[in-house]
Design a protein around this ligand. Structure first.
Ligand code: SAM
Length: 475
């Protein structure tokens, strides 16, 4: 029997209905040259109200060069309107690579006997976080394999507490996002109480049959439990959740439709869509050869997906990690990415001292190996403001409150000065002289872009105080 498609259902197979995705793909294929329809979809997108999974899938199927350019131009414009030229910076922190799952694309899978298994102690965390603070990071995403014995929720909670408690020189981690396996409402409540920012969980693939093959063993095998995790997280009080697909596992058109359906589901049930969407692609890793997966996508397709996510869910942040090279990052930042990681290590430990080669615990190879200072400098050369802001979360502007900030058009009076002030802190405390010089002149040229005069004056005053050594101002 066919399952009913129902975005409001709490059952994975109903809000991510396979039949609905197949119908969507057929509809998109049939209409990929339908100029009139494509035109009307683009006109709707121009109103910045987003697109449905069906509409966006038609655009994804369209292969006409001029139309694709129109999508890119629109994505760029929407990005400018909603996010200005700010790019939020973060770093991942791998706590443990012990894992009981069998994910065939991940080197942490339980059967991998040659990868070094590591778990940071609380003392290790202090050292790693101190090193991250010394680079200038203020926002982390913690990562861990799934292992109820080695990495129980108590370990994650204790680690979060440790991370927030470390105050080294002028450094502080002000927002900890969490990327750990699907868990219970009770555990999500505990994460919320521990003060996490976004709960991130990648779906990996929305295709149930493939999902089950790609996750042959362990708790992650359960497709419904994994797919319904965000609903449990929201039930547990977490209102910023981050979605993602691991591109390369299944057909990208299928994943794209599934991803947007998931966003529509969260909006329909909880009144607020995902806070972020991540777009990782499979990378080479110990025991993992990406070419053994048939569905890899080229850089152009990747860029098209990023642009269409930007157009379809304008209020949702988009994250690009160091899985992508400098060149690819440069291209997709323009098309709508709002957050990037910098100077990442994907090994357990490795920030305070590099991991010896024979002791490799990394999850995947990174393609962008630059230091944070280099990434910050590069962004500014491209005309972006690297932002270390964590204000929304600390001011309680999460979930629908963050969305209303976006929708009210007040971002420029709030996020813009916050970006300038946190960049100023970075320049004072961590930047190289060359980066500092570029940054100071960027701040001067960006100050007039704060629309409200009063806000601009307060911001200028705070910038002076930062110069004198005071930290942590925010709107
Ligand atoms: N263990 C957690 C879970 O089950 O969701 C999440 C943490 S894992 C460290 C973060 C993500 O890395 C995974 O969700 C997966 O999408 C991604 N990943 C795993 N293997 C990868 C590979 N070879 N290349 C790129 N990304 C990979």
């Amino acid at each position: 029997m066919d399952r009913m498609y129902d975005p409001k259902s709490l059952k994975a197979e109903e809000f991510i209905s396979h039949e609905e995705i197949m119908d969507t793909l057929a509809y998109a294929e049939k209409n990929k040259d339908n100029r009139e329809l494509i035109d009307s979809i683009l006109q709707k997108a121009e109103k910045r109200k987003g697109l449905s999974h069906r509409e966006a899938s038609v655009l994804l199927a369209c292969e006409d060069e001029a139309t694709i350019q129109r999508m890119y131009d629109l994505a760029e414009q929407i990005k400018k309107d909603f996010y200005g030229n700010r790019i939020v910076m973060f770093a991942p922190l791998y706590l443990s690579n012990y894992c009981v799952n069998g994910c065939v694309y991940c080197p942490y899978h339980a059967k991998n006997k040659h990868i070094a298994r590591k778990k940071l102690t609380q003392e290790d965390i202090v050292r790693e976080v101190t090193a991250l603070q010394d680079m200038g990071h203020k926002r982390l995403a913690i990562e861990a394999g799934e292992d109820p014995v080695n990495n129980p929720i108590e370990y994650i909670l204790e680690s979060i507490k440790t991370i927030y408690s470390i105050k080294h020189k002028n450094g502080a981690i002000r927002r900890v996002n969490v990327n750990i396996a699907a868990t219970t409402v009770e555990n999500y409540r505990k994460l919320k109480e521990a003060g996490i920012g976004t709960y991130i969980l990648f779906q990996e693939t929305y295709h149930k049959e493939s999902y089950e093959k790609l996750h042959p063993t362990g708790p992650k095998h359960n497709y419904a439990y994994h797919t319904e995790a965000m609903d449990r997280a929201m039930e547990g009080g977490i209102d910023d959740v981050g979605l993602g697909v691991l591109f390369g596992l299944e057909l990208y058109k299928y994943e794209f439709a599934g991803l947007l359906m998931h966003a529509e589901h969260l909006e329909a049930v909880h009144g607020v869509g995902p806070h972020t969407i991540s777009v990782p692609r499979i990378k080479r890793a110990d025991d993992i050869d990406p070419s053994t997966f048939d569905n890899g996508i080229d850089d152009d397709t990747f860029a098209k997906i990023c642009a269409l996510i930007r157009i379809s869910v304008p209020y949702t942040g988009m994250i690009i990690s160091t899985r992508e090279s400098k060149a690819v990052r440069e291209k997709v930042i323009r098309l709508g990415v709002s957050q990037i990681s910098g100077a990442s290590r994907t090994s357990v430990g490795g920030y305070c001292e590099p991991e010896p080669e024979e002791d490799n615990s990394a999850q995947f190879d990174v393609s962008d190996n630059r230091t944070l200072d280099e990434v910050v400098h590069w962004l500014m050369d491209l005309g972006y403001i690297p932002s270390f802001c964590t204000a929304c979360y600390r001011e309680g502007r999460t979930g629908d409150r963050f969305m209303s900030l976006c929708k009210s058009g007040q971002i420029q009076n709030c996020c813009h000065p916050n970006a300038l002030m946190t960049l100023k802190e970075y320049l004072m405390d961590y930047a190289s002289p060359a980066t500092r010089q570029v940054g100071e002149s960027l701040i001067r040229s960006e100050l007039p872009n704060i629309p409200k005069e009063k806000v601009r004056q307060v911001c200028e005053d705070h910038l002076e105080k930062i110069e004198q050594g005071i930290r942590d101002f925010r709107f």
